[in-house]
Design a protein around this ligand. Structure first.
Ligand code: PEP
Ligand code: MN
Length: 342
C-alpha cells in the first residue's frame, strides 16, 4: 500500500499519517518526490484495512502496490532517484542528469600504489575512487586485501585528493569499519543475497552501491535493494557487473539491457561495471561507451598504474592513460544525452 500525499501536504500531515501507520505495528517510509511525498508501508504480514488513511488531512489517495517490491519501484517515486555522496570536495551526485564515474584499483595493495592511482584518477576527472580492503576471492590462497590498514590508506587519500571512497563490506564486522572510514558502502555480487548484510547496510548512514549477483534476475536484484531500503536507507544505487552465461570469450556477460529494464520499473540509479563485466582490459572502453549510450547512470572502472603486476584483477584493469581517453569519450557521449559527468 502506498499513501500519496497532496503536493502541498505539510510536514505535520505527513508525520501524522506515518504515526497512524506505525501505531498499527507497521513501518512507514516517507519518500519525497519532486511533486509530492508518497509513504510506502511495509511490515504487513496479513491484510490490514488501511482505508481510513484516505480521509486523513493531506492525503490524496491510497493505492495498492502491484509489484513485489514496494520502495524501489516507480509507483512510490515516479522520478529518478539521485545518489548523493558527500566528499571532501563537495557533493557528488549519481542519477537523473548526473553521470558518476568511480575508478581505482581492484584492491588497495599499499599506500604508494593507491596514492598513485588517486592522483591519476583525479587527473582523469573522476571524484569517486574505488579500492578493495576486503576482497572476496575465489581462492583462499589469493590476496585477501589489507583490511583495516587498507581502509586507513583510502581515508588518507580521501583527504589528500578530495575523492569520495567506495569500498566493499563483506560481512557485518567489515561493514562497521567501512561505514566509519568510507563514503559509499559497496555490497558485492557474491553477497547480493546475504540478507543479514543487506539489512545491516539498510541501517547504515552511508550510501550503498549494490552489485548484481552473478546469476540474479531483475526481480531478485531489485528485491535485494528492497532489503536495504526496507531498513530505512534510501540512498541506494545498483550496479550491473555481468552475469554467468555460456559465453566464454569474456569472464562474464555484461547485461546492458538490464539498464533500461531497471529504469522502466525502478527509480534507483544503475551503474555499469565493464571491468568485472568482461574481465578483459581491451573490452572495458568499448563497453563503457555502450553503457553511457544505453542510459546507465555511472561507471565503475578498475584502473591500475601497473596492471600486469596488480595483486588482483590485473587482466581487466586499464592504465591511467587509457582511463583518461575513456573519460574523454564518456563526456562526449554523455553530452549527447544532456548528462553531466562528475
Ligand atoms: C569488486 O568490485 O571489487 C568486486 C569484487 O566486484 P563483484 O562483487 O562484482 O565481483
Ligand atoms: Mn576486482
Amino acid at each position: 500500500m502506498l499513501v500519496v500525499m497532496k503536493t502541498n501536504a505539510s510536514e505535520q500531515e505527513i508525520r501524522a499519517v506515518c504515526e497512524r501507520i506505525e501505531n498499527l505495528g507497521l513501518k512507514a517510509h516517507p519518500i519525497p518526490g519532486e511533486t509530492r511525498t508518497a509513504i510506502g508501508i511495509t511490515g504487513n504480514k496479513s491484510a490490514v484495512d488501511l482505508a481510513f488513511l484516505d480521509s486523513m488531512p493531506g492525503v490524496v489517495e491510497c493505492i495498492p502496490v502491484s509489484k513485489p517490491y514496494k520502495l524501489v519501484g516507480r509507483e512510490v517515486k515516479p522520478e529518478d532517484s539521485v545518489l548523493v555522496i558527500p566528499t571532501p570536495s563537495g557533493e557528488v551526485r549519481i542519477g537523473g542528469p548526473h553521470f558518476g564515474v568511480i575508478a581505482g584499483p581492484c584492491a588497495v595493495e599499499n599506500r604508494e600504489q593507491f596514492f598513485a592511482a588517486a592522483e591519476r584518477v583525479r587527473a582523469g576527472g573522476a571524484r569517486l575512487m574505488r579500492g578493495g580492503a576486503y576482497k572476496p576471492r575465489t581462492s583462499p590462497y589469493s590476496f585477501q586485501g589489507l583490511g583495516l590498514e587498507g581502509l586507513k590508506i583510502m581515508a588518507e587519500a580521501r583527504e589528500a585528493y578530495g575523492v569520495g571512497i567506495v569500498t566493499e563490506a563483506v560481512d557485518n564486522e567489515s561493514l562497521d569499519l567501512v561505514e566509519e572510514y568510507a563514503d559509499v558502502i559497496q555490497i558485492g555480487a557474491r553477497n547480493m543475497q546475504n540478507f543479514s548484510l543487506l539489512k545491516r547496510a539498510g541501517r547504515a548512514r552511508k550510501p550503498v552501491l549494490l552489485k548484481r549477483g552473478m546469476a540474479a534476475t531483475l526481480d531478485e536484484f531489485l528485491m535485494a535493494a528492497e532489503y536495504v531500503m526496507s531498513e530505512g536507507n534510501y540512498n541506494v544505487a545498483l550496479c550491473e557487473r555481468g552475469v554467468r552465461t555460456f559465453s566464454d570469450h569474456t569472464r562474464n556477460t555484461l547485461d546492458l539491457s538490464v539498464v533500461p529494464a531497471v529504469h522502466g520499473v525502478s527509480h534507483l540509479p544503475i551503474l555499469v561495471d565493464p571491468s568485472h563485466g568482461t574481465g578483459r582490459r581491451t573490452k572495458v572502453r568499448p563497453l563503457s561507451r555502450a553503457a553511457v549510450a544505453v542510459g546507465a547512470d555511472g561507471l565503475l572502472i578498475e584502473v591500475h598504474h601497473d596492471p600486469d603486476h596488480a595483486l588482483s584483477d590485473g587482466f581487466q584493469s586499464i592504465s591511467p592513460e587509457e582511463f583518461e581517453v575513456l573519460m574523454g569519450e564518456v563526456r562526449q557521449i554523455a553530452a549527447v544525452l544532456s548528462r553531466s559527468v562528475n
